[in-house]
Write a protein that binds this ligand. Sequence first.
Ligand SMILES: Cc1cc2nc3c(=O)[nH]c(=O)nc-3n(C[C@H](O)[C@H](O)[C@H](O)COP(=O)(O)OP(=O)(O)OC[C@H]3O[C@@H](n4cnc5c(N)ncnc54)[C@H](O)[C@@H]3O)c2cc1C
Length: 445
Amino acid sequence: VISGLVDDLRSAVGADQVLVDADLRAGYEVDWTGRFRGRAAAVVRPGTTAEVAAVLRACAGHGAAVVPQGGNTGLVGGSVPLAGEVVLSLRRLGGLGEVDPLAGAVTVGAGATLAAVQAHVAPGGLAVGVDLSARDSATIGGMVATNAGGLAFVRHGPMRAQVAGLEAVLGDGRVLSHLGGLAKDNTGYDLVGLLCGSEGTLGVITAVRLRLVPLVGERTAALVGFADVGAAMGAVAGLRRAGVALEAAELMLEDGLAVVAEHLGVPSPVTAPAVLLLEWADPRSTEAVASLDGATAVAVADEPAPRARLWRHREAHTEAVNALGVPHKLDVTLPLTAVPRFVDEVRALVAEASPPSTCVLFGHAADGNLHVNVVGPPPEDDTMDDAVLRLVAERGGSISSEHGIGSAKRRWLHLSRSPTEVAAMRAIKEALDPVGVLNPNVLLP
Ligand SMILES: Cc1cc2nc3c(=O)[nH]c(=O)nc-3n(C[C@H](O)[C@H](O)[C@H](O)COP(=O)(O)OP(=O)(O)OC[C@H]3O[C@@H](n4cnc5c(N)ncnc54)[C@H](O)[C@@H]3O)c2cc1C
């Protein structure tokens, strides 16, 4: 069966774009954290939507499961072949369409990286509304498939809010295309929105019409220290109540900043139990930040280079955690009022863990989104994951804030979704992917 499949894949995309040698497959078989790894039946790299359709028809014909893969920066084990699937890499679909200055929109290939799109639209004074530190590798298709949140969520919302239209190939090779991107379009079910956050289970996204946002050139960033997480959360709420349009509001903790300082070899300019990285564009907001209640220390920067140096202490968290060992990454949302208590409870849970473990917490303060990173338990031991996710559910939170469910969290989906919701999701999956070739090992239990 496998050799027949490989022959059909070669006919679909050309022999050069079907990788079967172990050395060539290797980079596609392990995730960014190193926690999730498997073996692909083959890696196939189509260059057009028609080739993606031909690949899916071939796989459906052989009953072979497919894992769509963009930049492979996903953090929930959804982009790697854990059960011998075919990896369908979209990276060659990197086309960048002409920017439409009237609509403030652009159509790009799913394999275009975020950084490439940012550079493409910036000369027209435009930007992508979602930004994240994996921008050089993460693709627009992957960001849509995971409904990525990121650093500008507080200002522009998730990836779903940036998508005006898309094109995707269904499991049987049919092409679903709704790329017009009209501002208003109430013509039935929101299929475009449905594909956002579907993690490769409903269709392979091949092109995206992005609704762009104004590029804000001049900004001010500040690191602001607080005595505790509650004071930091209160400060963010106070700024928003005062009408300050925050471009970012990131929460970090003293021990996480120390791990980052060690990794970078550069001390944090602000040390405190809880530290916010705030960014804003309107100079009138500077006064509001300068007079924040409860601030114990402040470092401000408005020139690009010093600003980037402040951001480094936030953005390097992910790589600094990875340098400690293979992390268990739990990206969760809590009701804002529950965040301070949850932080203490998680730290207490990890303090009692065996083997001894390190916990690094950081997050997007305005959204109640915390990244709980635990290093210490072996990759396959998910006792700590279980304890943390159950605690999240008890506190009224969500077990996935912005990374998705992937293969890592699907056994806990019931903590955030009712049986009726899971049944509805299953019905949708069966309608769009009746053969079950599209990422069958992620999302649904
Ligand atoms: C350093 C770092 C920082 C990050 N920061 C953030 C952050 O701030 N906010 C945030 O939300 N996420 C963050 N992430 C994780 C985030 O999910 C990804 O960076 C990004 O959204 C995934 O894009 P990708 O192209 O790498 O997708 P991949 O990792 O390749 O795939 C992710 C999922 O999408 C599916 N998929 C990929 N491409 C397609 C496609 N074309 N069609 C259908 N399905 C597809 C895959 O099957 C998989 O299930 C971060 C990751 C890293 C490594």
